[in-house]
Write a protein that binds this ligand. Structure first.
Ligand code: G6P
Length: 586
């Protein structure tokens, strides 16, 4: 999603803003812009492309001024054009804003302002904030009151930072993240601590419904009714600063390669929370487990494991579906919410709905300062470090590791998660990429790929399809093995590739039979297994491990395959088109 950033201090604002935007580019990235203030004048530069491209073309970082705002956009309202990029100045150019979120009632606000003579230059919902704020400021001549009047009219989810002609910054948060950074020589306002972590690790996490005014006197925080609010300063973990690719060509490859360590670290700092969660689950009447994208696939694995090994039922629900079937969640239940970012709007909405019916929220989350962590009564930290590549990789295996740890406790040790052994097995798969690179070349021209798995391997097939879609733009579909004959078999011919997830466990023989049925129709077979077979055109070997634990390792070769196929297709694996790492709008 979009990132917003503001700086007010002694340094030159533009280079600081551009650097901050680069670090947050993972949130959204179709266009970029910066506005600064010098001598009571606001200048704006913006354009379509990545931060470095737009910066090279427009020299954003050479803009003058000690106050500024910046933005990376992921289009929701209006095409990807220079005019729709942020910052948006008001009609008079005396205020400029950057915005993350959606203003639901922008249509009526816009026509009202147009009637009053305000001119709109973009198709965005965001521009209405600039003009509404200008209208209110011209009425009351006071920044705080103008902000209060403005937020009282806005409907939707938003965080925005406004820069006034006199160099004052003002910001508001309502269901989109906004964090204040307090540096020695300046203040920051940013969607993510990554926006300012190089400059300071002192942060204030604003709550929903709060306003900030930053001027020569200092920083003032109010609620939407104008009452001053006091906040603790939080020390942000320095590990967030570790967002460089190092020697890796892409963040995605770096993050795939970190998994031998991250599966060990997962949940390590949350041992007490894992115990408490297990206890709560053992005594719960109804358990639901929710997430979006990859996190939902991890939720599906939890359903299989808890049912099979602990005889505990958990109903998985796709977070974005909860709103449309809110009664699915019985009152006084437990909702386990899984999310890397802890900021996915769909997950937060599901949590909100569950809380209204008095359910307890348990979170498995990577970002411990996120909205989800704040909304939950028990929080297990994935502890896998920042994940920048849009396609989730190390966060998925961290989620699975935690789910396994909970399973182990739920079933009183009937399965054992030997993290060291898992780590070694993953390291073994990662040792040599050459075979996977060769197979990736064959995927360059294909348009359809299917992934088959039975039982607990079906969620891994679904996650594999998601990785292939996100990174290669090839149509990919995960199929529960037995469903093949109920439809998908009609699609099998020599143009198709099928990945068979077939470790040597109780699903092995049935899945091998499916592979033979597919092969008979001419499709090419890639087998992921610890056991070779003549049916595979390509065999990707995984180490033999305890049969309960295969899901933790069998996804690794498919992550690599998706990565290398993206390289073959010359797509950007870190920033797939049209996608964002953290989808903070509905
Ligand atoms: C977006 C990302 C996916 C991710 C999903 C859930 O759609 O592109 O990669 O799996 O959000 O994100 P979360 O942070 O809630 O796990």
């Amino acid at each position: 999603m979009c990132s917003i950033i503001g700086y007010y201090g002694d340094g030159l604002a533009a280079p600081i803003l551009v650097k901050g935007l680069k670090r947050m580019e993972y949130r959204g990235y179709d266009s970029v812009g910066v506005a600064t203030e010098t001598g009571n004048e606001i200048s704006v530069k913006k354009g379509v492309g990545k931060v470095s491209e737009v910066n090279n073309a427009l020299h954003l970082d050479a803009m003058l001024g000690n106050v500024g705002i910046g933005h990376t956009r992921w289009a929701t309202h209006g095409n990807v054009t220079d005019a729709n990029a942020h910052p948006h100045p008001s009609s008079s150019g005396k205020i400029a804003i950057v915005h993350n979120g959606i203003i639901d009632n922008y249509g009526e606000l816009k026509s009202d302002l147009e009637k009053r003579g305000y001119v709109f230059k973009s198709q965005t919902d965001s521009e209405v904030i600039a003009n509404l704020l200008q209208f209110n400021f011209d009425e009351v001549h006071d920044i705080k009151s103008a902000m209060m009047r403005t937020v009282s009219k806005l409907k939707g989810h938003y965080a925005f930072v406004a820069m006034f002609q006199n160099g004052t910054l003002a910001a508001a948060r309502y269901h989109e993240p906004l964090i204040v950074g307090i540096g020695k020589n300046g203040y920051f306002m940013s969607s993510d601590v990554l926006g300012f972590i190089e400059k300071t690790d002192d942060a204030i996490y604003l709550d929903n419904g709060e306003l900030v005014v930053l001027d020569q006197v200092g920083i003032h925080i109010f609620n939407f009714e104008g009452i001053p609010v006091k906040h603790q300063i939080t020390k942000v973990s320095k590990e967030f600063a570790d967002v460089y690719k190092g020697d890796y060509a892409h963040f995605t490859l770096k993050e795939i390669s970190e998994q031998p360590e991250t599966v060990i670290q997962a949940g390590e700092k949350s041992k007490a929370a894992i115990d408490s969660v297990t206890d709560v689950l053992k005594h719960a009447k109804n358990i639901y487990i929710t997430g979006s994208g990859t996190s939902y696939n991890a939720a599906l694995v939890a359903k299989y494991l808890w049912q099979k090994y602990a005889k505990i039922k958990a109903e998985p629900i796709i977070s974005s579906e909860v709103f449309f079937a809110p009664d699915t969640i019985e009152p006084n239940s437990i909702l386990v919410a899984v999310s890397q970012s802890g900021e996915s709007a769909d997950v937060l909405e599901a949590v909100n709905i569950a809380k209204k019916s008095n359910s307890k929220i348990l979170a498995i989350v990577n970002t411990l300062t996120s909205s989800l962590a704040q909304e939950s009564s028990l929080v297990i930290g994935m502890n896998c470090g920042p994940e920048i590549g849009v396609a989730a990789t190390k966060s998925f295996t961290a989620q699975l590791s935690i789910i396994y740890k909970i399973t182990e406790k739920l079933c009183d040790g009937c399965i054992k998660l030997d993290s060291r052994k898992i780590s070694e097995s993953i390291a073994k798969i990662l040792e040599d990429h050459s075979k996977i690179k060769e197979i990736a070349k064959e995927l360059r021209e294909i348009s359809d790929i299917y992934i088959l798995g039975r039982g607990v391997h079906y969620p891994i097939a679904a996650e594999s399809a998601l990785k292939l879609k996100e990174l290669t733009y090839i149509h990919a579909e995960g199929i529960p093995g037995g469903e093949l004959k109920h439809g998908p078999l009609a699609l099998m011919d020599s143009s198709v590739y099928v990945i068979i997830i077939n470790p040597n466990d109780f699903t092995y023989n049935d899945t091998l039979t499916s592979a033979r049925e597919i092969k008979a129709r001419g499709a090419k077979i890639i087998g992921i297994s610890d056991k070779p077979s003549d049916v595979y055109d390509h065999w990707i070997e995984i180490p033999a491990i305890d049969e309960a634990l295969y899901p933790l390792i069998e996804i690794i070769p498919i992550q690599l395959l998706a990565y290398y196929a993206a390289i073959e297709k010359d797509t950007d694996p870190d920033y797939p088109r049209n996608l964002a790492k953290s989808v903070t709008v509905k």
